[in-house]
Design a protein around this ligand. Sequence first.
Ligand SMILES: C[S@@+](CC[C@H](N)C(=O)[O-])C[C@H]1O[C@@H](n2cnc3c(N)ncnc32)[C@H](O)[C@@H]1O
Length: 406
Amino acid sequence: MRLKHKNSKDSFSQKLLWPFSSSQASGFSQRSLAIGHKWHLRDKTTGFRNRYLIMRVSMAGGKAKKEKAKAPQHMPYQGGISFHKSKGQHILKNPLLVDSIVQKSGLKPTDVVLEIGPGTGNLTKKLLEAAKKVIAVEIDPRMVLELQRRFQGTAHSNRLTVIQGDVLRTELPYFDICVANIPYQISSPLTFKLLNHQPVFRAAIIMFQREFAMRLVAQPDDKLYCRLTVNTQLHARVFHLLKVGRNNFRPPPKVDSSVVRIEPRKPRIEVKQKEWDGFLRICFNRKNKTLGSIFRQKSVISLLEKNYRTVQALELGQKEADTKMDFASFGEDQGIEMDDNEADDDEMEVEDGEADDVQSVQSEFKDKVLGVLKDGDFEEKRSSKLTLQEFLYLLSLFNKAGIHFS
Ligand SMILES: C[S@@+](CC[C@H](N)C(=O)[O-])C[C@H]1O[C@@H](n2cnc3c(N)ncnc32)[C@H](O)[C@@H]1O
């Protein structure tokens, strides 16, 4: 094609110049390019317009030679890859935002960074510039290949390790800090995987869907304060760092995002996980109702009573086993033989009128549960307004009274 750019004195024939290798560019429609000109090319696969700046053209025998033109600094690297929504592939396209995330993460040059879902590596590149080492876990083999292409032969290549796999099924290596723009569908399990990771890391700086992020940082009485909030804040302090609009991504997601900083508590607050989880599930079943009305529910009382009887039976069994041991050792000491069938003599006989007894036992148990709430001054309080400390205290009161949630 014959082309004269309006800023250029020369007029010459030009063939296609691709900013990247031909394989990466395979999805683009063919267009002519001119030096210093910004071209918008549409990626056939994704339908997105990408901006390229033509830096250099070399001419050989009057014919334009194919040569790599550099993408301008503000261009996100994308390659010719089509993005899969099912894998949450929304690439960060705003380099200022990438800089801001890295700067706010407080990276030290000695840090080992865990990046989850590096994609085409826009964030990875900045992390490699700021830290000692980056370990990136990526599920999509196409992205892994793209990362290899992008970084091999660069000064960073020996400080980048890419693990191909699902981060939720990957045993995470040691890291000081996690920085990631994650696929939003794994937000919750990933957060808890990180919070249970040992040894404890310094911080995780993660891009989440805005609403999820606001749940993590919520305080008592905030609209989004929920079980997720309390469960997360049990193990970490969480801070909101940045609001991020959807147009900073390619393709733009349907929701806005936020970057938060998660700092695991040191030392950890130790709870029996099943017990804590069962307790919070009941408390947040209806978070705006009073605890009194939640714990008066028949289903809640019968569940707690079942647990109570089980724990009592186990404790009784343990006591009996201990007593038998005492007798046995007493017998050994004194040369007395114990009868193996002795325990059978203790079998209970069922009497008439047992149904009445069951009802009175149930209401006795209900009084016990409500008594705990009254004594702790929790009966009129609501989960939506309780602090983490108050939840911990209430659970300890229940447990002290022999009432368990698992
Ligand atoms: C939102 S994109 C972020 C890409 C890149 N970090 C960026 O900011 O431009 C999420 C990335 O996570 C990857 N991914 C999705 N599910 C994953 C999983 N379960 N484990 C690891 N990576 C995953 C996707 O393939 C994609 O590359």
